[in-house]
Design a protein around this ligand. Sequence first.
Ligand code: MIC
Ligand code: SF4
Length: 643
Amino acid sequence: MGSCLSRKIIKKHLVSGQMKPGEEIGLKIDQTLTQDATGTMAYLQFESLEMPKVKTKVSVSYVDHNMLQTGFENADDHRYLQSSAAKFGVYFSRPGNGICHQVHRERFGEPGLTLLGSDSHTPTCGGLGMLAIGAGGLDIALAMGGEPFFMTMPKILGVHLIGKLRNWVTGKDVILEMLRRLTVKGGVGKIIEYYGQGVKSLSIHDRFTITNMGAELGATTSIFPSDEATKSYLSAQGRSKVWKKLVSDPKPDFDEHIEIDLSKLEPLIAQPHSPDNVVAVKEIEGIPVAQVCIGSCTNSSYHDLAIAAAMLKGKHVHPNVSMTLTPGSKQVYEMIAKDGILETIISAGARVLESACGPCIGMGLAPASGSVSIRSFNRNFEGRSGTSDAKVYLASPEVCTACALSGIITDPISLGIKPITIKEPRKYVVNDNMLIPPAKKVDNIKIIRGPNIKPLPAFEIMPDTLNSKVLLKVGDNITTDHIMPAGAKVLPLRSNIPAISEYTFSRIDTDFPKRAKEAGKCMVVGGDNYGQGSSREHAALAPKFLGLQAVIVKSFARIHLANLINFGILPLTFSNPTDYELINQGDELEIKDVKKIIMEGGVLKAKNLNNNSVVILNYSLTPRQKEIVFAGGALNYVKLQRK
Ligand code: MIC
Ligand code: SF4
């Protein structure tokens, strides 16, 4: 049996462990990326490592999330990030240069390398044959400091692609089909590797959309081979030198396997409020639409905007619809400005936004109460748009534009217009004047901090017995947006843990921070796939600041689990999932001799002091992770190691 592509790249970067699913492996990281909403913490953490410079080949600090400057906070963060990038040898992508995942694939992505990013959609660069993984900011800080990235060796799920997409069917429909089949937890613990004759027919942009939104499957990452399409893309970016052919061997050693016949797919749409709530567009045609947004790191490429413009040409946006288009990067913006696409879009009555995450993260453009918004984005969690009762649907730019023209949910096939082919540019506009390379002389560079940038809180080592109340009990698929919302109001507080902690669980229970502060320590109980979605470590850091000792659930999402460990919160799962019923919100739990039992590999029991029932809990921690949790988090642990 031959090796699949994922294992080939892992093998080249393996610094510890064995490539057996379930075992802990350490990977050498070639490149890192951070964005502003997670980056300030990552650089504060990097600073606390007291290293003069990053040790990676390339590290980039992007500003794309916190772009609405309604107060001084975001501008101060941008300045902090720019000065720390200069000081530590990091590229700085200025506000306006674009969304991190769009710019990174344009200017930095390289087949065969590893990329670790403090954003869950980092796997986008997997479209180039890169092993690109999302993680919490602390893991990125450690990788910048030259530490390996530790994770559990995933299973490799091979997705055999056959056939060819029909007209009006796109990469978005491929990933929506994956979500329909596998659900938001179907990719947990897996790398998704696409292969087979069908790959050839997928444009590089289709591939990026698919790898980007693999995050919604909960996957560790997704990857495509690096082939002729990859070569043309990198050449058009003036980077043909970094191209190399990368494919799996014949008969690759996948752990699991599925097949998708591309020719059988049709335009699909994810309904509120989950990316896996997928149906065929034609099944729900006719629903009135109030807003259409094309943008986000999933679908804001030159190709996406060109197709929307071709559909809009000579027509106008329906009077009941507010349509926005976001060029994903300055490069895309310059391209559409040059070749008339921008004019077509403006003339059709669409609103053009700056190159940033924008409405995807609730930074403006919240839809009207109870209204329907169709978006080319990747997440439609309840309330994420900024309007709690809005109904957000996810679909391709083609479907979005069809809806904007007709004012109702519409399958583009029903419009009866001729299929449109967009030619891949032979040369992209390359103008890196908003990308500041690392400074050569750093001695005089001062890191500039605004008053909203508060020092990192310090955490104590874990006590021998955990004894606290379950202050919150939640169900399945709780997202990190539930635990720590984003949006224009909360995002500016990302550098201020005491202030942001006031919003912990505010989507579910506005009283939680008050109760937690009164109690001083607490636990949370949840269902399956706890912590899915965003990589924001604030969803661990803020609850930790409020005294969260342990989270007991049926199962965890990967990045959040790692973040809990990184901040010294004990992650536990029910040995018997029906025991979930034995614990109620408000019950007091006691877990005695927790460290001793975990060190010795014994049976961990939580006693419910309210009904005297005893629940057996599993802990799936590697020896290194045990040390981290006991030390009160990874920063404490690394500092101890370096002493
Ligand atoms: C998101 O899409 O939810 C974000 C905002 O990009 C997050 C990161 C963050 O919360 O800062 C992500 O996907 O990791
Ligand atoms: Fe930005 Fe949205 Fe992409 Fe997250 S998913 S990086 S908020 S565009």
